[in-house]
Design a protein around this ligand. Structure first.
Ligand SMILES: Nc1ncnc2c1ncn2[C@@H]1O[C@H](COP(=O)(O)OP(=O)(O)O)[C@@H](O)[C@H]1O
Ligand SMILES: [Mg+2]
Length: 305
């Protein structure tokens, strides 16, 4: 469990994280979404005690990171895939981490196998591709067998196999009852991975809800109606204040109301229907809608940091 209470970080005049209050529960994958510059990495750094909050608190299992007795056993994190010393082998990097946390060589071999790096464990981390570096970073996160796993943009730069692998790993960690908190500036990979979404923009909380609720709440979810009397039905709905648009001679697109409302209105007026179907907004649509007003940088102008 991760607890944020009024968590705030200012860098000079700039407020990077602005009063975040939320609980990130065990047993779920919680996707942490927001455009580049929204404050995701800064939030994660504060959870890990790497940045000091200007105000508020970030707790892991009810305690600030600095008070955790066995940090690696409480929380494992991948913040920066290229953090390993480039001159050290993957195994040496993990062994150094293990030693400083009272963990043995066997655990290092276990996590190397878990992330599929056993074969290349003797190679210098500096020679690794981004995908291999991400795997090494994840091995480090898993080393202490932690209750809480934090991954900052873990699929950046991964090939489709790697993306699928990370997705499955996150699902299985959550299924084991761990708290999984994973950030991304892209919606697409969250769609199949996350149970819950925390969306931020300009450091502020925009949404904290199950994925399905975020989709259902989008105004881009619409009802498609086909009827030989589409015009009559459109006039009827418009008179009731419902948002309705003509999509063809016999077709309407209705937004903001459930399909039942349209079906009942048609029934009352004796208007025959050929089709009444709901078109769910994609999570991508819902995300764009939620964060549209808080995009910090135009697409591609700032790489994920
Ligand atoms: N060490 C720092 N000094 C000054 N500003 C920073 C620092 N770290 C982050 N920021 C600023 O804080 C904001 C949030 O950044 P960040 O947490 O990296 O966002 P995200 O991870 O969502 O892309 C950005 O405007 C960024 O430029
Ligand atoms: Mg970031």
């Amino acid at each position: 469990m991760i607890t944020l209470r009024g968590l705030t970080k200012r860098f000079g005049a700039r407020t990077a994280v602005d009063g975040l209050t939320l609980d990130i529960e065990p047993g779920l994958v919680t996707g942490f979404l927001g455009p580049n510059g929204a404050g995701k990495s800064t939030t994660m750094r504060m959870i890990l005690g790497l940045d000091r909050p200007t105000a508020g608190a970030a707790l892991v299992g009810g305690r600030p990171f600095a008070e955790l007795r066995r940090p690696l056993a409480e929380v494992g994190a991948l913040l920066d895939a290229k953090a390993a010393h480039p001159g050290r082998s993957a195994r040496a990097h993990l062994l150094a981490m293990a030693r400083s946390n009272g963990l043995g060589r066997r655990r290092v071999d276990e996590v190397l196998a878990a992330v599929g790096l056993t074969e290349v464990a003797g190679r210098r981390a500096g020679s690794f591709s981004l995908g291999m570096s991400q795997r090494l970073g994840i091995a480090g996160a898993l080393l202490g067998d932690p209750h809480v796993v934090l991954l900052d943009e873990p699929v950046n730069g991964l090939d489709p196999d790697g993306v699928l692998w990370v997705r499955r790993l996150m699902r299985s960690l959550a299924a084991e009852g761990r708290t999984v908190f994973v950030s991304s500036h892209l919606m697409s990979e969250m769609e199949r991975t996350a149970d819950r979404l925390v969306v931020i923009g300009r450091g502020r909380l925009i949404a904290d809800a199950p994925v399905a609720d975020v989709i259902a709440g989008s105004s881009r979810t619409s009802v498609r109606v086909r009827s030989p009397r589409a015009g009559d039905l459109a006039a009827l709905l418009a008179a009731e204040g419902v948002a309705v648009a003509r999509a063809g001679a016999e077709e309407l697109t209705v937004t903001g109301v459930p399909a039942e409302r349209v079906g009942l209105a048609a029934h009352r007026a004796g208007v025959p229907l050929y089709e009444l179907s709901v078109r769910e907004a994609s999570l991508e649509d819902a995300y764009m809608e939620l964060t549209g007003a808080s995009v910090e940088y135009g697409a591609g102008r700032e790489a994920a940091r």
